[in-house]
Design a protein around this ligand. Structure first.
Ligand SMILES: *Cc1c(COP(=O)(O)O)cnc(C)c1O
Length: 236
């Protein structure tokens, strides 16, 4: 089922309003927060409509789906971000199509992305996923692991570490969500202050439909909004 342009536009206006208000509440500039439209499971027509409304960055979590969508839409006017769990044998589907991979959770994965990127003579921007909340169901580095792995990541020439990503626990408890985001920001500042060559801390990817306003207040630069724009997903 495809979304109508009207409904999508209405959703986008609402999300934009929320982003603007969250920026105002936290004294941030609107242009410091980028909206990643999470289009996973949604048809190409929905992505085209979103593009007509001015959205350019699309987030997907399945490598083959990215391959197919890029085949349909290209990657000139559309920017693709991989946001989901990535297996090494599927990197070939998304390098060099994705300019950002948000979900790098091991050195081995970064190493494999580096090799694939070298083959295409590109540099792939990566974010390190941190499991701040420590939930067993979530992937990502622990705080200690992420700090320890940086010197090795810094040596890879075809990946550029640009920042960190996390997913908040699935809960109504705003305090818990906020604490998760705040902890990620602290790790971000900590790494930034180490001034490691080839490691830049520019992007903080946090916040989804249910919690992106909190994420903006806590410093997110990339928010990943899916159902709030495109409507509920149906998994077949
Ligand atoms: C699906 C997904 C999102 C978007 O979720 P919504 O709740 O629909 O906004 C964001 N981030 C990741 C990693 C996802 O897998």
């Amino acid at each position: 089922m495809s979304i109508t342009l009207d409904v999508l536009q209405k959703n986008l206006i609402e999300v934009e309003k929320e982003i603007t208000m969250a920026c105002e509440r936290s004294g941030r500039k609107r242009e410091d927060v980028q909206l990643v439209a999470v289009s996973k499971t949604k048809p190409i027509e929905d992505i085209q409509k979103a593009h007509e409304l001015g959205l350019t960055i699309f987030g997907e979590n399945k490598p083959q789906e990215i391959r197919d969508k890029v085949q349909g839409l290209g990657n000139k006017e559309y920017t693709w971000h991989m946001i989901g769990n990535l297996q090494k044998n599927k990197i070939k589907y998304i390098v060099p199509k994705c300019t950002y991979i948000h979900s790098v959770d091991s050195y081995d994965l970064a190493f494999a992305i580096d090799k694939a990127s070298a083959k295409h003579n590109v540099v792939t921007n990566i974010l390190l996923q941190v499991n701040v909340s420590g939930e067993a169901s979530k992937s990502g580095f622990t705080k200690k692991e992420v700090i320890d792995v940086l010197p090795m990541l810094a040596k890879l020439e075809h990946v550029q570490v640009k920042g960190l990503m996390t997913m908040a626990p699935y809960t109504d408890d705003e305090t818990l969500i906020r604490t998760t985001f705040r902890n990620l920001k602290e790790i971000f500042i900590d790494i930034h202050s180490k001034n490691i060559d080839n490691i830049t801390m520019e992007e903080l990817s946090m916040g989804m439909t249910n919690d992106y306003t909190l994420a903006i207040e806590e410093g997110a630069t990339l928010i990943r909004v899916g159902s709030g724009l495109f409507g509920e997903r149906q998994y077949l």
